[in-house]
Structures are given as structure tokens and as C-alpha cells.
Design a protein around this ligand. Structure first.
Ligand SMILES: [Zn+2]
Length: 149
């Protein structure tokens, strides 16, 4: 279970708009602190990445910078959030290229480069996938694993 504040949603949408400009895929990461068994998201992190109309990739340098960031502030990646040109789903590339690979990891996908996503419809528009113990990304409902407070 992870907890986010409404400002994390605002910041996520702002970063997706700034870096994706409504026409490129973009990935942001929710960095969290573990507290009493659940992850409390502290901030939105935009990793160094190469992006295009239908892909994103974090190069080795981007992964190194991410791990430095995590170590520095003792954070973990609770979820990755990325946009798609059209429908939100978990593609084969998303399955294999996921930044986080621990059981229970969350991957959120927003449709239409998040152009139509607002804080008010974020929960409705976002598809949420959770990595199972058998290493498969299962679609779950938003409220199953994410609490907003
Ligand atoms: Zn994708």
C-alpha cells in the first residue's frame, strides 16, 4: 500500500506536461519513505531519459543518478508513472523495461499523453498495474494499493 498527497498528483501532471508536452511519452517516479509497513510518497522524480512518440528509455547514466538520489535521501521507488499516445495498457516493452521490479511494485499508465488528465479525473483515467510474485504485471484498481490523503 502506498500513500500519496493530492499535491503529488498535481506535481505528476505538471512534470508530465512539462517534459512530454502532450506529444511524447514520459516517465516519472514516485519516491517514497517506508513508514510502518507502507510507502509514503515524498516527491515526484523525473529521471534522465530518452523519449519519443511511443517509447521511453532510461539510459545507464539515468539509473546511476536515480540510485544516487535514492541513497542520498534513503528513499525507494514506490511507483513509476508514464504516458501513452493512446490507450493506457501495459505493453511488452513496459513489462520488460520497468524501472522497478520488486513484487508489489506499481506501474501507472496515463492515456493520450495525459493531455486530458486532471487532478479531478486522475484516479479514473489512470490504469494501475502491480507486479506479482510470479513476475507478472496484473491490472488492479487504483484504490486497491494507493491511498490519497
Ligand atoms: Zn507504456
Amino acid at each position: 500500500m502506498i500513500t500519496i498527497s493530492p499535491s503529488i498528483i498535481d506535481d505528476t501532471l505538471a512534470q508530465l506536461a512539462i517534459y512530454g508536452k502532450g506529444r511524447k511519452e514520459i516517465v516519472v517516479l514516485w519516491l517514497a519513505k517506508k513508514e510502518a509497513g507502507h510507502a509514503v510518497v515524498q516527491r515526484v522524480y523525473v529521471p534522465l531519459q530518452e523519449t519519443g512518440r511511443a517509447f521511453f528509455r532510461i539510459p545507464p547514466k539515468g539509473m546511476r543518478l536515480l540510485f544516487e538520489e535514492l541513497r542520498k535521501d534513503r528513499l525507494m521507488v514506490a511507483a513509476q508513472v508514464h504516458t501513452h499516445p493512446m490507450e493506457a495498457f501495459h505493453s511488452w516493452a513496459d513489462d520488460t523495461m520497468a524501472v522497478i521490479k520488486h513484487a508489489g511494485a506499481l506501474s501507472l499508465v496515463l492515456p493520450y499523453f495525459a493531455r486530458e488528465t486532471t487532478a479531478a479525473n486522475f484516479v479514473e483515467q489512470t490504469k494501475v498495474f502491480s507486479l506479482s510474485k510470479s513476475n507478472e504485471w496484473d491490472e488492479i484498481t487504483f484504490n486497491q494499493e494507493i491511498a490519497i490523503r
